[in-house]
Ligand binder design. Structure first.
Ligand SMILES: [Zn+2]
Length: 304
């Protein structure tokens, strides 16, 4: 009897050490960005642990693939990526982690952009080698709360696949969160509605979905093309056009250079807003709803 008990304990220990499923254990989720991590938290509740590989203050286009990130992936049950080539740095990390649970196509792999129709898809075949950072179209869809709901749905489907025993909990959390987001979207629409049609200039093409959602007019970018630094000719033309149109607001994330945006703001009299793109990009913005509350209010105030 004692021998059998010993065997049982040893095999249980072996099971948990090998990472096999243990009843009651939380699903370990890794995301590439902090906004997706918040969505995982909302849907997964206390049945998950979640960590983002990029910080909310970082530019998701350029994350250094450090060994510590590989270690985090190695232990994950599920991986959620932004998709649309925003976080392509994840693929070499997936290869290095050798964790079959999170490789592309496995049940634990979630591309949050599935079902999101991108805008600005370049015609023909585009190579990242040509410096194109938006080769599959504009990947900044999480700044549109309506498109972001598709990401929440993709996360729900992923969690249900990985831990079917928790499906009812996940679905209830999802329904509650989507209802809360829908209420907020109405609030945000109302705040932005007096500003419909007003022109806004941005540094990078990160705010196009955001502006389009509230009926604002995306007027132009300080970068002539994504990730291509502005020339003085481009900036001069842009300033002339902005003055002619009466553009009042410029949007920029903290990690983009200040020089040209500041110069343009001074020359044209437009207000320069430095805004976070991600959850945690600024102190106190610890959830997507807090982030969007802040962004909508900042932009609406600047346009008032
Ligand atoms: Zn971009």
């Amino acid at each position: 009897m004692q021998r059998y008990l010993c065997l049982l304990i040893v095999s249980l220990l072996f099971l948990s050490a090998s990472g096999a499923w243990v009843a009651g254990r939380k699903v370990r989720v890794i995301t590439t960005n902090t906004t997706l991590a918040d969505f995982v938290k909302q849907v997964g509740g206390d049945r998950v642990t979640v960590e983002s590989l990029a910080k909310g203050t970082q530019d998701l286009h350029y994350i250094e693939p450090r060994p510590s990130l590989v270690t985090k992936l190695r232990d994950a049950d599920m991986l959620v990526i932004n998709g649309l080539a925003f976080d392509i740095w994840i693929y070499p990390l997936i290869d290095s982690a050798r964790n079959s649970k999170v490789v592309t196509g496995s049940v634990g792999f979630v591309d949050a952009s599935m079902g999101v129709k991108p805008t600005e898809v370049p015609p023909g075949k585009v190579s990242m080698a040509q410096g194109e950072v938006h080769p599959l179209g504009n990947p900044h869809y999480l700044l549109d709360p309506v498109r972001a709901k598709q990401a929440v749905k993709n996360i729900l489907d992923g969690l249900v696949r990985v831990s079917p025993a928790d499906a009812a909990t996940f679905r209830a959390n999802y329904d509650k969160y989507i209802a809360a987001l829908d209420r907020k979207i109405q609030e945000w629409q109302k705040l932005m509605s007096p500003h419909k049609g007003k022109p806004v200039v941005t540094y990078h093409r990160s705010w196009n979905y955001f502006l389009e959602r509230w009926g604002l007019d995306y007027f132009g970018t300080i970068e002539p093309k994504p990730a291509i630094p502005p020339s003085s000719g481009h900036v001069t033309r842009l300033m002339q056009d902005m003055k002619a149109r009466g553009v009042e607001v410029i949007l920029k994330e903290p990690y983009f250079p200040n020089k040209f945006p500041q110069l343009i703001a001074q020359e044209t009299g437009a207000k320069l807003l430095v805004l976070p793109e991600w959850v945690g990009g600024k102190e106190g913005l610890d959830s997507y709803i807090q982030l969007m509350d802040y962004l909508v209010k900042q932009v609406a105030d600047a346009l008032s």
